[in-house]
Every structure is written in C-alpha cells, then in structure tokens.
Ligand binder design. Structure first.
Ligand code: IPM
Ligand code: MN
Length: 321
C-alpha cells in the first residue's frame, strides 16, 4: 500500500530543509507518494490566502503531512492566520510530541495543541489601551492530552511530570492539573509528579536528566520545548509530531522559518529529517525511522544544507542494522 504524504515547505528555511527531508525519505525506497502543497505568508501575499482550500483538501486526502515552517508576523495582518495553527485545529491534531535527545537529556514534551492561550480569543478594550486574552482550558482536552502522555511514558522510562501554574491560574491550570493527575492515577505503573512551570524551567536547565515525559498546556509547552531543544543541542535537531485520533498526522521541525538565515542554504536540515523519521514511525516503518534517526544524529551539520543532507543519506547505509 502506498502512503500519500503532503509536503508543505512553507516560508523561509522551510523551503530549504523540507526538500532535504524528502530526499532522505526517498532514499529509503519505501512506498511513499509525495504531493506538494502551498501555505504560508508568501502564499498569502501572492494569492490572498495563507492556507488555500486545495492545500486543506490535499492534507485531508493524505496519510501524513510534512510541514516546513510559515512566517508569523508580530502584528495583526488582516486576513492572515498562521496556517500551522489552523491545520492543528482543523484536523484536531491535539497532541504535539517534541522529543529532546542529547548529552544528559532524553525527554519528551507532550504539548496540548488546540486550546489554552492559542484559542484565538484576544481583543482590545478601552479604545486599545487594554488588551485581553482568554485562556480556554477544557476537561476533555486536558484528559486526552494526559492520556497520550501516560501512554508515551509507558513506552519510555515510566516517568511523567505534569507542568502547570495552578498556584496563580487557579481555574484554568487548576482544571488542567486535576484532569491530568486524575488520568495519570489510572496508570499505577508510572511515577508521576508535578511542577510549576517556573520551577520546571529551572530544573530543565539544571538537571534535564530528571525528566522523562512532560505534559503541559499549549503555550507552556511551546516555551519548554524550545528550552529542551536548546539543552539538547539546539533547534537544529528539534523535531515534532502533531497527532490526533484520526489517520492524519503532521510532522514539522520546531525551528520555524528563521527569516534571518533564509535563502542562504545554511540551515540545518536535521530537524526536518528527524521529523521525517517521526513520520516513518507513525506510518509503521519503525525500523526505517530508527535508521534515519541514527544517520541524522551521527552526522554533523557542515553549515551547508545540501551537504549535510547528502551526508545523512550517505550515513543511512552505515546505519543499516
Ligand atoms: C511552534 C511555533 C508555532 C507555535 C508558531 C510558528 C505559531 O512556535 O510550532 O512551536 O507557537 O506553536
Ligand atoms: Mn514554538
């Protein structure tokens, strides 16, 4: 059976690293069919739409999406919504899985991916002198993300840390905390603890080895996963999987479009390649996923996107079991 993969390079270095990841997947000789689709700020500027209906249809008709990055402007651009945020919600990809692996660190951030401060409920009052953001937390989303985290912890080292700020955000984080701890109580084989987000950041910087699986809300997970990536050797190696209960899953490097280095051919393609490895795991090609992962970790980034990608592909032969 052939698996259809929708490839969305997007903006900035997305367009440089995603072809490298596709080349690595092609080198494995699996029954994968690639279809290319457009999204991002460039797409928006050209056609007035950041995420064209054709792209959504392509995603809906595929088994997985390999996504590069899209620009996210710092100010409101009328009509523009970040395609990655729309895709996560559109396909209910409620779990964002972000592994961080390096010297002294081997953890997985499980980030809630559909609500929290990403609910899009922001408004101005007082003629613009007051800005308000609503942080939506539901029992349903908290429970299902906790379940994903517990199952991941069972497959890993059996430790789960629930991260929140329930001492201040008594209702929203209070609900998340209760729901997550309650779900975790149904997994008696796990060692479960909880940390406030500030303390979690401190312990992550000081002793990352104490963590196995971290489960947390959307924005906290966004921040902690970058911190974990920084501890594990940088964003050049940070991959992620966006998954839900449906067939479709989306895989993307954590690094974003990096406009400061875009167009130079210097971006590290390994985060995109490692995201492709997660994609292979998801499609049931765990052995090939592991082979690709080993090759990527065994290959240093030379500073040239194409050269590093070719070296990873060359290393695939050596990484064969
Ligand atoms: C990420 C990114 C996105 C996010 C941006 C680009 C909207 O930072 O995937 O971590 O905040 O989720
Ligand atoms: Mn981020």
């Amino acid at each position: 059976m052939t698996h259809t993969i929708t490839v969305i390079p997007g903006d900035g270095i997305g367009a440089e690293v995603i072809p490298a990841a596709v080349a690595a997947l092609e080198a494995l000789d699996l029954p994968l069919a690639f279809q290319h689709a457009e999204a991002g700020f460039g797409t928006f500027e050209r056609g007035g739409e950041a995420l064209p209906a054709a792209t959504i249809a392509a995603c809906a008709a595929s088994d997985a999406v390999l996504f590069g990055a899209t620009g996210s402007p710092m100010t409101r651009v009328p009509g523009y919504r970040s395609p990655i945020l729309v895709l996560r919600r559109r396909f209910d990809l409620y779990a964002n899985l972000r592994p961080a692996l390096g010297v002294g660190i081997d953890l997985l951030v499980v980030r809630e991916n559909t609500e929290g401060l990403y609910s899009g409920r922001e408004r101005l009052e007082d003629g613009g002198a007051t800005a308000i953001a609503e942080r939506v937390i539901t029992a349903r989303a908290s429970e299902r993300i906790a379940r994903i985290a517990c199952e991941a912890a069972q497959r890993r080292r059996g430790r789960l840390t629930v991260v929140h700020k329930a001492n201040v955000l008594k209702e929203t984080c209070g609900l998340f905390r209760r729901a997550a701890l309650e779900v975790a109580a149904g997994y008696p084989d796990l060692a479960v603890d909880e940390l406030l987000i500030d303390a979690a950041a401190m312990w992550l910087a000081r002793d990352p080895g104490r963590f196995d699986v971290i489960v947390t809300t959307n924005l906290f997970g966004d921040i902690l996963s970058d911190l974990a990536a920084g501890m594990a050797g940088g964003l050049g190696l940070a991959a992620s999987a966006n998954v839900g209960d449906g067939r479709l899953a989306l895989f993307e490097p954590v690094h974003g479009s990096a406009p400061d280095i875009a167009g130079q051919g210097t971006a590290d393609p390994r985060a995109a390649i490692l995201s492709a490895a997660l994609l292979l795991d998801h499609l049931g090609y765990a052995a090939e996923g592991e082979r690709l992962r080993r090759a990527a970790y065994a290959t240093p980034h030379t500073g040239d996107t194409g050269a590093t990608a070719r070296a990873v592909i060359a290393a695939l032969g050596e990484a064969a079991p």
